[in-house]
Each structure stands twice: as C-alpha cells, then as structure tokens.
Design a protein around this ligand. Structure first.
Ligand SMILES: [Mn+2]
Length: 218
C-alpha cells in the first residue's frame, strides 16, 4: 500500500512545534511509534512533545527511557497541550480513543495529521496517512534479530577465550583438560567494554521449606 507522505513532508519543511498523541491505554505500537517519531522529528529540528491521555504502562516504560511521554492533566495542562503548530495523532483514528486529548485535538487551530493502521469511519478533520495492509516490516525485525545474534556471538567468543580449560561442549585447543581447581564458576558477560565477571556455582543442594496448610485470609 502506497502512502503519499507529501502533506506531512510539506508541514515539516520549516521548524514547528509538534505534539504527538495516541490512544488511551496505550500498547506497544502506540508508545513505540510515538517515541520513534519523536526521535525522527528531533533530527529534523522540530520542537516535539508527546502528550497522551494515559500514562505509559509500567511494562512498556522500557520503550520510553527518557520519559518523554507526558500525561495530560497530571504532567501537562490542557492549555499547554494545545500549544502546537501540528498535532500528530498516531495509532488511532477514533475520537473516543483520544479521551482527554480529544478536547485538545477538537479545539486546536493547529494542523492535524493522523498516521494509523486501523480502519475507522470517523473523521478527525485531519490529513489521513493510513496503511491498513497486513504487510509488516520483516526487514526491520530481521535486522534486530541479526543484531541480537551478533551480540550473542560476541558474548560466546569473549567468554570462551577467557576460560582456560575445556569442559563439556566448551573446547579450548590450548587447554585440552578440565580444570576444576580454577574453573568451576559461571561466566557473566557485560557488553559494555566486553567485561567478564564470574559467579560461584552453588554446590550445596537447595531446600525449600514446605508451606503449612492454613486458611486463606485477605
Ligand atoms: Mn495500539
């Protein structure tokens, strides 16, 4: 599905104040697309803020490491949320899903743009840039997987080279024998600086006390 991005490109020809927003109870594609779009717009020299009706769910906070997503009402006022040249709405095209941000979007004099992949018959009065096709970006996923493979390979190479013995599946040609005196330990690899640490192997069996049956009270 081909999207004509010209209307958005035209809006971004000059520096603008851009407010990004998404649907209530945001999920990973909502937060992820906001943070990614904010990064792109930063690079274009835009003044970018992300303002949502809902907070970022705890399990998705890793997607917003710089805490860029602000919640209207608690972290930023409705008036400040309205101060924008462009309101860019991501991952929704329905008024109901905008909740408190809907009031801002309805009353704004700024340009409105929707970038979405959902089917909706509602009109937000915005430039619609929608792709409802089922094709997703496998090239991107494959690139991420390759990066993970490289990282795992690096951890394996660095850790194995440092282990001056052979043990089980680990075979070090310069050290063909097992060395229990020095190497009964786990290797921990840290990617920053390819640092290694070691952790003792628990040799004593662990026991867990049995829970005694009792009434369930809350
Ligand atoms: Mn979503």
């Amino acid at each position: 599905m081909k999207i004509d991005w010209t209307p958005l490109q035209d809006l971004l020809k000059t520096p603008r104040r851009i407010v990004l927003t998404t649907h209530v109870r945001p999920d990973a594609d909502a937060i992820g697309s906001e943070v990614a779009m904010a990064g792109l717009l930063d690079q274009l020299g835009m003044d970018v803020r992300i303002i949502n009706a809902s907070p970022v769910p705890t399990r998705l906070k890793f997607l917003d490491p710089d805490n860029r997503c602000l919640q209207i009402g608690s972290q930023i006022s409705e008036e400040h949320a309205r101060e924008a040249d462009v309101h860019l709405i991501l991952d929704t095209s329905a008024w109901g899903q905008l909740a408190e941000m809907g009031r801002v979007v309805r009353s704004t004099r700024a340009a409105k743009v929707v970038v979405d992949h959902h089917v909706s018959s509602e009109n937000l009065g915005a430039i619609d840039l929608k792709d409802k096709s089922k094709v997703f970006n496998t090239a991107r996923v494959e690139a991420l997987e390759l990066a993970n493979l490289v990282e795992t390979a690096k951890a394996t190479i660095v850790s194995a080279e440092a282990r001056k013995e052979s043990r089980g599946a680990h075979a070090h040609r310069d050290f063909p024998n097992r060395d229990d005196a020095n190497w009964i330990k786990h290797t921990l690899f840290y990617s920053e600086g390819n640092r290694l640490e070691y952790k003792p192997v628990a040799m004593k069996p662990l026991t867990v006390e049995t829970f005694q049956p009792k009434a369930r009270t809350f």
